[in-house]
Design a protein around this ligand. Structure first.
Ligand code: GLN
Length: 500
């Protein structure tokens, strides 16, 4: 292959090029590290760059090739991991002072599976502290800047992973999505981001936020890259270390190019009237609808009558689970320990007061209150009932359609500091949260840039549990006709990362 920039290549082109000997995995790793060097000063997607691990993994890939051993489907592909995922040899901080300097004691299953497929680990990416947020502004260390416009946020909480892919620093990145944290930043950064069905991907080794909602998934600049990463994540079957993990014996690439002719797409008219949905995001839905119809898909209207209660239910259930999960950060078992305290109570209280940022404290106080006696029955119990209703709404909707097409986010990327009211920030996930509540899969698909804002716009597809392959097929159909596949944010394309 002739000289190219790494950011132009798909994951499968990189793996094929390494396997064919067009370039070595070490050359790819160096190109990725060079791209990070040239671009990340402005984007700040990374909390830690793991250059030594990247080169060592790439050398192992090249040695395997030299020895004639078969290479994995992600051979040499540069990947990044959200900093709530453990990887031995790196710190896992969750972008919190609480875990500053915390060395990963073992490697998360999702990370290991990408490495087993031959991927090259470039580093750990920035996030909202403990994954609470939609802008990456609550990272204790620094913000991440949207590669399309560095005066704007990349979304969150997996903002670093989305930005690293959008800026062409890595080909694939992993994020976690509890209420929208893969799909919303993917949308704001103009990349593909998938939240698989709950249980499809192991959560072992990923720092827990809301255990009944959390799910790991990939970002890529192409639907195909996301499908390839999904294959690597599920190929080894269920993970015995995560009791909610299930076998997902699916080849996500196999039906990627299937026609959508004769298949059915649901739209929810009520959602397109939602207050706060921008004109550009609404237009994107119309364009995707037209594109799918032109490819022979049937569009039908479906109802999700209880979806308006999803945010309220989520902001009861998620803080309760977060409060219980984050109790372990007490400065003794885990986390920052305040020095010079004379009693355990003082130490616990000051360690938590100084270790956690504002939003992390807000969530935990909310959770503590909601779970307290007398309050629990008033909020937690009804929230779980709403959860059942929303799940049932989806089951009924999917009797009429294969997938649902809806916005991923109400609007394009906002400016730093623009949203200061927490409840307004919570509304960023108005189109994504219901899917976590129901446990289903969803994907956000770029639709190019908006005519007014010049910023990435997108649509979202949601599907029934464990029908994630259909999501990719429909996403590919949209990509084929509506978005320029593989686009890197223009200001960063080709900056470093030359592959000879
Ligand atoms: N923005 C939502 C929240 O702040 C979702 C976060 C996530 O998915 N991790 O809770």
């Amino acid at each position: 292959m002739c000289a190219a920039n790494l950011d132009q290549l798909s994951a499968s082109q990189i793996a094929a090029g390494v396997a064919a000997g067009d370039f070595t995995a070490v050359e790819v790793a160096r190109a990725a590290l060079d791209a990070v060097e040239q671009r990340d000063g402005e984007v700040q997607a990374f909390l830690q760059v793991s250059a030594d691990l990247a080169i060592a993994a790439a050398e192992a890939t090249d040695a395997a090739r030299a020895a004639g051993r078969p290479l994995g489907p992600l051979a040499g592909v540069p990947v990044a991991f959200k900093d709530n995922m453990n990887l031995v040899g790196t710190r896992t901080t969750c972008a919190s002072r609480m875990l500053e300097g915390y060395e990963s004691p073992y490697t998360a299953t999702c990370v290991q599976r990408l490495l087993d497929a031959g991927a090259t680990p470039v580093g750990k990416t920035n996030m909202d502290e403990f994954a609470f947020g939609s802008s990456t502004e609550s990272s204790a260390f620094h913000p991440t800047y949207n590669p399309w416009d560095t005066t704007r946020v990349p979304g969150g909480s997996s903002g670093g992973s989305a930005a690293a892919v959008a800026a062409g620093e890595v080909t694939v990145a992993l994020g976690s999505d509890t209420g929208g944290s893969i799909r919303q930043p993917a949308s704001l950064c103009g990349v593909v981001g998938m939240k698989p069905t709950y249980g499809a991907v192991s959560r072992y080794g990923v720092v827990a936020f809301g255990s009944s909602l959390d799910q790991v998934g990939p970002f890529g600049r192409r639907v195909e890259d996301v499908a390839l990463a999904m294959n690597a994540l599920v190929a080894a079957g269920r993970d015995p270390y995560d009791s909610t993990s299930q076998d997902c014996p699916v080849d996500f690439l196999e039906h990627l190019e299937d026609p959508v002719e004769g298949r059915t797409v649901g739209v929810v008219p009520q959602l397109l009237e939602a207050e706060g949905l921008s004109r550009e995001e609404r237009t994107a839905i119309q364009q995707a609808t037209v594109a799918l119809e032109a490819q022979g898909a049937r569009v039908v209207e479906v109802e999700l009558p209880n979806i308006a209660s999803a945010i309220a239910a989520y902001y009861v259930i998620a803080p309760c689970e977060a409060f219980s999960n984050l109790a372990r950060f007490d400065g003794v078992r885990y986390g920052y320990q305040e020095p010079g305290c004379s009693t355990l109570a003082e130490q616990t209280s000051l360690s938590r007061a100084h270790g956690f940022g504002e939003e992390a404290k807000r969530r935990q106080m909310l959770g503590a209150y909601l779970l307290s006696s007398g309050v629990y029955d008033k909020y937690y119990y009804p929230a779980q009932q709403v959860r059942t209703l929303i799940t049932a709404d989806y089951v009924r909707a999917y009797e009429k359609c294969d997938v649902i097409l809806l916005p991923a986010t109400p609007r394009t990327a906002f400016r730093f500091g623009e949203i200061s009211d927490p409840t307004e920030m919570y509304a960023s996930d108005m189109f994504t949260i219901s899917n976590n509540i129901a446990g289903n899969g969803g994907i956000s698909v770029p639709m190019g840039v908006g005519a007014e804002s010049g910023l990435p716009v997108s649509v979202q597809l949601q599907g029934p549990a464990f029908k994630d392959r259909s999501l990719l097929t429909f996403a590919r159909a949209i990509e084929r006709s509506c978005s320029a596949e593989g686009v890197v944010a223009p200001a960063f394309a080709g900056k470093g990362g030359e592959l000879q």
